[in-house]
Design a protein around this ligand. Structure first.
Ligand code: CP3
Length: 334
């Protein structure tokens, strides 16, 4: 069994490190492939290249887990909503149409995502047995924000758009939950052994809606995973002290904390789950000593507990890979 699974399932105290967004933007070997593949969706659909990119950070840093190179927006793509990634602009989705969305069916959905499952199969064969292959999905709310075009800029959503669609939202979330469970099941069948749920925009949900937009959808997916024996890590980014409510209601095997969650608070308040991550990715842009001091903060806080070393959000594109290498060495020697 991989050390990540040992930690998540058996709550074993052992070392395990991987980084969110470890494959991609900051690696020169990725940028080279990317420059020859202008269409990002097509790159994600190229199983051989996707597998190759997945393994790049493993070859470079010998991390304990690989995360499959894909994107959370492959799900709207597979639900027949056009997705484009424009240079310096981020993702751009075709205008949402409820009737069109409701016409989707399971078989076509799976068929469109076959290349992702194939990439997982190829990668599992190449990855050593003691390493985990992590699959992932975007949480229903985070996908909905992109799908209905509610994302305004970096840290804001247009609540007007959410309110206008209020009577459709529950239906969209419910349908998404079904498709996402299907996507998880197929990724696991293909050879992934853990799933992480990215709720990147959970922190933008008004307090009164947290239950229906965040806790309930995540709970339903976690229940599905538990029923199937799939280890699941949740990442409800930005919900501050509500991490405690989330943990008590959703009860995932693992919980990734973001960089605004104090690790000592997390140790005291987030019991019964394996904590993962926390380190601010911006720290990796600072001198080495500051990186080590910050990492030590997390390692000291979770000493004697099962803890997965990781970041509090994705690796930044401007990160120097040599610093990542030295951080991993520091962690392994700690
Ligand atoms: O290394 C890995 O973690 C595996 C692959 C992965 C990608 N995206 C590849 C990617 C994963 C796990 C994701 C998750 C993802 N995608 C999230 C959740 C995590 C988070 O960061 O909050 C979100 C919100 C997305 C949506 C998305 N995809 C955006 C907003 C963008 C554009 C801006 C950006 O982050 O780069 C993407 C594109 C994307 N997804 C790239 C990569 C490597 C960059 C593509 C490029 O080279 O232009």
């Amino acid at each position: 069994m991989s050390n990540l699974k040992e930690i998540l399932i058996n709550k074993k105290i052992c070392k395990s490190v991987w980084f969110m967004r470890q494959a991609g933007r900051y690696l020169p070997e990725f940028r080279k492939i990317r420059s020859q593949n202008q269409n990002f969706i097509n790159l994600c659909l190229n199983s051989e290249l996707s597998s190759k990119i997945t393994l790049q950070p493993i070859e470079r840093f010998n991390l304990d887990s690989a995360i499959i190179f894909s994107d959370i927006l492959m799900v709207p793509y597979a639900l027949n909503q056009k997705v484009e990634f424009l240079k310096n602009h981020g993702p751009k989705l075709e205008i949402f149409n409820l009737d069109k969305f409701l016409k989707n069916n399971d078989l076509d959905f799976i068929k469109k995502l076959k290349p992702v499952y194939k990439a997982i199969e190829i990668t599992r064969k190449k990855l050593s047995k003691n390493k985990s292959l992590i699959s992932f999905i975007g949480a229903p709310w985070t996908l909905l924000v992109y799908m209905i075009g509610a994302k305004q800029n970096k840290d804001q959503i247009d609540l007007k758009i959410i309110n206008e669609k209020n009577n459709e939202i529950d239906l969209i979330l419910e349908k998404l939950i079904n498709y996402l469970c299907l996507h998880i099941e197929n990724q696991i069948k293909a050879g992934a052994d853990v799933v992480q749920i990215f709720d990147s925009w959970a922190g933008l949900i008004p307090q009164k809606d947290l239950n229906s937009f965040c806790y309930v959808p995540n709970s339903k997916i976690v229940k599905f995973c538990k029923k199937k024996g799939i280890p699941v890590i949740c990442f409800p980014k930005g919900i501050k002290e509500n991490y405690k409510v989330f943990n008590n209601l959703v009860k995932p095997d693992g919980l990734n904390i973001d960089y605004n969650v104090n690790p000592n608070w997390a140790r005291e308040n987030l019991k019964g789950t394996v904590i993962q991550g926390g380190l601010d990715p911006k720290i990796l842009l600072l001198p080495d000593e500051e990186i080590y001091n910050s990492a030590r903060n997390y390692l000291d806080a979770f000493k004697g507990l099962p803890y997965v070393f990781n970041l509090g959000h994705g690796m930044l594109p401007e990160t120097n890979p040599d610093k990542v290498d030295r951080l991993i060495k520091f962690y392994r020697e700690y």
